[in-house]
Write a protein that binds this ligand. Structure first.
Ligand code: NAD
Ligand code: DAU
Length: 355
C-alpha cells in the first residue's frame, strides 16, 4: 500500500481518486483536515476498503510511528501543507509548523521506519515530496524557464517554508540515504480547487455577482497545469524516477492573470450567461497588489519528458473548459465550502484592498 498525506485537499484528493481509478493498491490517507481539507472531495470512496482515511497531523510523531508500523507502506507521497500565499502573508506561523516542522517530523518517522525494513523493501521504498515552482523565485519577462538547477530564491513565507522542506528532504537523502524524490510543479487548476485561489475564486464570485478582484495590473504570469496531469506526473515519477532526483512539472502554458480571468468570463458567458445578458467581464475590479508579488513563473519540464516520457494530456483550452463545467455542475460542493470561516477569510484578504 501507499501512504498519502494531505489527501483531502485539492491535489491530494485528485491524486487519491485517480490512483484508485487505476489501481487496487490501498491508499492510507493522513490528513488533519484544515480549512482546505474536505472529506466531501473523497465522498465517492465512502465504503471502499482500498481507502483508509486517518484524521491526523504530519507533525504527530507517535501517530506516524504507529501508522507506518501498522500499514507498512512501500511509498509515501507528501502533499500535506499550508498552500495559500495570501494566507502566509497574513499569518506565517501555520506555514512554519506544517511545511517545515511537520515535514521534519514526517521525515524522522520515515527514517526510523525505513531503517528497519528488510533489504528488498528498503531498496524499493520511496518518499516523494510534492513541492512548487515558487521556491525558485520570480523571473523577468525574457528569462528562461526554471530548470531543476535554478537557484532557490523564495519570496513569500509560503515559498520559503516549502523551500525549507525541500532542503530537509534533500538532506535526508544525502545524509541518511533515504530514497527520496522531489517534484516542483507549477500552478494547478481543476476540480475540488478551494475558492481562495485565482481560478475557482473568479468562477465562484462571477456566478454570485460579486467583483472579480485582480491584483495589481493583472500582468503577472503563471504556468498553468490541469490537476490530473500533475497527478499523472507524480505517478510516473514514483514509478520510474531516479532516487535523489528533482523533477519539474509544468504545462508549458504561461499566461498573464488577466488573460485567465478573461477566459473564465468568456466560458461562463457561454455556459451560464448572466440574466441581464451582459458579460461577466464587467465584474472585473483591479485591486491593491499582493505584497512581494512574484511577477512570473515558468517551468521547464523537459527533464521529465526526456527521462520519463511524461507530457500533459490536457491543453489549457480543454482543461479550463472541464474546470468551469465542473464548478457549474457542483454548486452544492461550492456552497458547502463557503462556510463562516471562508467568508471571514474573504473579508480579511479583500476588504482592505482599494479598487
Ligand atoms: P490544499 O491547501 O488544497 O490541501 C492541503 C491539504 O493538506 C489539506 O487537505 C489539509 O487539510 C492538509 N494538511 C494541512 N496541514 C496538515 C498537517 N499538518 N497534517 C496533515 N494534513 C495537513 O493544497 P494543494 O493545492 O492540494 O497542494 C498540495 C501540495 O502541492 C502542497 O504541498 C503544495 O505546496 C503543493 N503544490 C500546490 C500547487 C497548486 O497549484 N495548488 C502547485 C505546486 C505544488
Ligand atoms: O506556482 C505554484 C503555486 O501556485 C502553489 O505552490 C501554491 O500552493 C498555489 O496556491 C499557487 O500560488 P499562486 O500564488 O500563484 O496562486 P493564486 O491562485 O493564489 O494566485 C494566482 C495569481 O493570481 C497570482 O499572481 C495572484 C493572482 N490573484 C490571486 C487571487 C487569489 C489575483 O489577482 N486575485 C486574487 O484574488
Amino acid at each position: 500500500m501507499i501512504l498519502v498525506t494531505g489527501g483531502a485537499g485539492f491535489i491530494g484528493a485528485n491524486f487519491v481518486l485517480d490512483w484508485l481509478a487505476q489501481s487496487d493498491e490501498t491508499v492510507v490517507n493522513l490528513d488533519v483536515l484544515t480549512y482546505a481539507g474536505n472529506r466531501e472531495n473523497l465522498a465517492t470512496l465512502d465504503g471502499d476498503p482500498r481507502h483508509v482515511f486517518v484524521q491526523g497531523d504530519i507533525g504527530d510523531s507517535a501517530l506516524l510511528a504507529d501508522l507506518l508500523a501498522r500499514h507498512q507502506p512501500r511509498a509515501i507521497i507528501n502533499f500535506a501543507a499550508e498552500s495559500h500565499v495570501d494566507r502566509s502573508i497574513h499569518g506565517p506561523e501555520d506555514f512554519i509548523q506544517t511545511n517545515i516542522v511537520g515535514t521534519f517530523r514526517l521525515l524522522e518517522a520515515v527514517r526510523d521506519y525505513w531503517g528497519n525494513l528488510h533489504d528488498d523493501a528498503k531498496q524499493d521504498f520511496r518518499f516523494l515530496h510534492v513541492s512548487t515552482d515558487e521556491v525558485y523565485g520570480s523571473l523577468a519577462k525574457d528569462e528562461p524557464a526554471f530548470t531543476e538547477n535554478h537557484r532557490y530564491q523564495p519570496n513569500s513565507p509560503y515559498s520559503a517554508s516549502k523551500a525549507a522542506s525541500d532542503h530537509l528532504v534533500r538532506a535526508y537523502h544525502h545524509t541518511y540515504g533515504l530514497p527520496v524524490l522531489t517534484t516542483n510543479c507549477s500552478n494547478n487548476y481543476g476540480p475540488y480547487h478551494f475558492p481562495e485561489k485565482l481560478i475557482p475564486l473568479m468562477i465562484v464570485n462571477a456566478l454570485a455577482g460579486k467583483p472579480l478582484p485582480v491584483y495589481g495590473d493583472g500582468q503577472q504570469i503563471r504556468d498553468w497545469l490541469y490537476v490530473k496531469d500533475h497527478c499523472s506526473a507524480i505517478r510516473r515519477v514514483l514509478e520510474a524516477g531516479s532516487v535523489g532526483e528533482i523533477y519539474n512539472i509544468g504545462g508549458w502554458n504561461e499566461k498573464p492573470n488577466i488573460d485567465i480571468v478573461h477566459t473564465v468570463c468568456a466560458l461562463l458567458d457561454e455556459l451560464s450567461a448572466r440574466p441581464d445578458g451582459r458579460s461577466y467581464r464587467e465584474q472585473i475590479t483591479y485591486v491593491t497588489d499582493r505584497p512581494g508579488h512574484d511577477r512570473r513563473y515558468a517551468i521547464d519540464a523537459s527533464k521529465l519528458e526526456r527521462e520519463l516520457g511524461w507530457k500533459p494530456a490536457e491543453t489549457f483550452d480543454t482543461g479550463i473548459r472541464k474546470t468551469v463545467q465542473w464548478y457549474l455542475q457542483n454548486q452544492s460542493w461550492v456552497a458547502n465550502v463557503q462556510s463562516g470561516a471562508y467568508r471571514a477569510w474573504v473579508e480579511k484578504n479583500y476588504s482592505g484592498r482599494s479598487a
